[in-house]
Design a binder for this molecule. Structure first.
Ligand SMILES: Cc1ncc(COP(=O)(O)O)c(C=O)c1O
Length: 387
């Protein structure tokens, strides 16, 4: 089966993991801080906390910022559920901004309109979570300007854009956002099986996250240990077990060494798709603006299906031909939970809803062979021609 995304594991990854399995430390050993160090170096961050998954990273971000009931946090409806579920965990209020037609990220003009409107009714937005959807960076310069002007915290859900560049800078994310979150789920650009991280240049946020990822237990100072005993530990705040293992970190360190190679190959595949799908107006390829370096976690192809049932049939036909496509995403505001509890409804975010009707994530991963790329292209074109 050719899937929309897939991990690439080589013998170096396997021997790195094997080495940990034969060592004294399966978890909370030396590879936690080693992986954090490598991530800090690659992404240009002052601080990094690796955690059990990307959802935990987002949850910890909200906890570290002290979100509470009544706080308004804005995000995009075209992202994974975790991006906005983390707002609900703290009892804060989620609201959405429609996506930009061109880059499928949060529409920064609409965001500014909303900020103005909320300000005039004395409502305060405490944070904006912007996802670099599919691996294409948001308009971070504009987002930063808005964050300064309207005084809110910026979070980059960077799960898709691991390895992307913005104005030639691969460490752009922590420069613009106060908190950056990663996921290392197998379909992401590098993997640890399950895993994630929080990157930041803010020491206070980092220290909070570090404590909260392990039950809220604070590290003992030397003075306290000698006063209270070697076994002593203290909890001052309610935390969670969001720790990652050394086994996973060994894989992460090994995968990070291959990230440039992974992105290079994904860009080559995207170029072939761009060429092949731009000749027919039934398709719309993802546009990459000047100064933006797409990381292609996904290749979101838009197809004008006409009738809604056609998309369903098209997926079935490709599946029967061993090509497993996916759709990213069902707009979050249309999920039954969000409709029922927050009153969102169809028509609230028309650009996102229209994008959802047309979007198809087609296979893009490091080990995808040339023959398979052309099989995908030919089958897509064939089944659209022969409905
Ligand atoms: C944009 C986005 N945010 C958050 C997550 C959550 O990450 P995880 O699956 O590691 O919890 C994902 C993963 O699918 C994602 O795509």
């Amino acid at each position: 089966m050719i899937s929309y995304g897939k991990q690439y594991i080589d013998s170096k990854d396997i021997s790195a993991v094997r080495k940990v399995l034969l060592s004294d430390w399966l978890t909370q050993g030396p590879l936690i801080s080693k992986f954090e160090l490598e991530l800090k170096k690659y992404f240009g961050a002052k601080y990094c906390s690796v955690v059990s998954n990307g959802t935990a990273a987002l949850h910890l971000a909200g906890l570290a910022l002290g979100w509470k009931k009544g706080d308004i946090i804005l995000t995009s409806p075209i992202s994974f559920l975790a991006t906005s579920n983390c707002i609900l965990y703290s009892g804060a209020t989620p609201d959405f901004i429609d996506i930009d037609k061109t880059n499928y990220n949060i529409d920064t003009n609409k965001l500014e309109d909303k900020l103005k409107k909320l300000k005039s009714s004395s409502k305060k937005v405490v944070a904006v979570i912007a996802t670099d959807y599919a691996g294409n960076p948001c308009n971070w310069k504009y987002l930063k300007q808005l964050a300064t002007k309207y005084n809110f915290i910026l979070i980059n859900d960077n799960c898709h854009a691991i390895g992307a560049t913005y104005y030639n800078d691969k460490s752009y994310a922590v420069k613009y956002a106060d908190i950056v979150t990663h996921s290392y789920h197998p379909v992401k650009n590098i993997t640890t099986g399950e895993g994630g991280a929080i990157l930041t240049n803010n020491r206070e946020i980092f220290e909070k996250v570090n404590t909260l990822r392990s039950h809220g237990i604070e590290k003992n100072s030397k003075e306290k240990i000698s006063r209270k005993g070697l076994w002593h530990y203290e909890m001052h705040e309610l935390g969670y077990n969001y720790r990652i293992t050394d086994i996973q970190c060994a894989l992460g360190i090994s995968q990070l060494k291959k990230i440039n190679k992974f992105i290079k190959r994904k860009r080559e595949i995207a170029k072939i798709y761009d060429e092949q799908f731009s000749e027919d107006s039934i398709f719309k390829i993802p546009k990459v603006e000047k100064n933006y370096g797409h990381a292609y976690h996904l290749y979101p192809l838009q197809i004008n299906f006409g009738k809604e049932s056609e998309k369903k049939n098209f997926f079935k036909k490709l599946y029967n031909n061993k090509i497993k496509l996916q759709v990213h995403y069902i707009p979050i505001h249309l999920q039954p939970y969000y409709r029922k509890n927050y009153g969102f409804k169809k028509g609230d975010y028309p650009i996102a809803e229209n994008f959802y009707k047309r979007e198809v994530s087609i296979p893009i991963y490091f080990s995808l062979k040339k023959k398979e790329i052309y099989k995908v292209i030919n089958k897509i074109k064939f089944f659209l021609r022969n409905k």
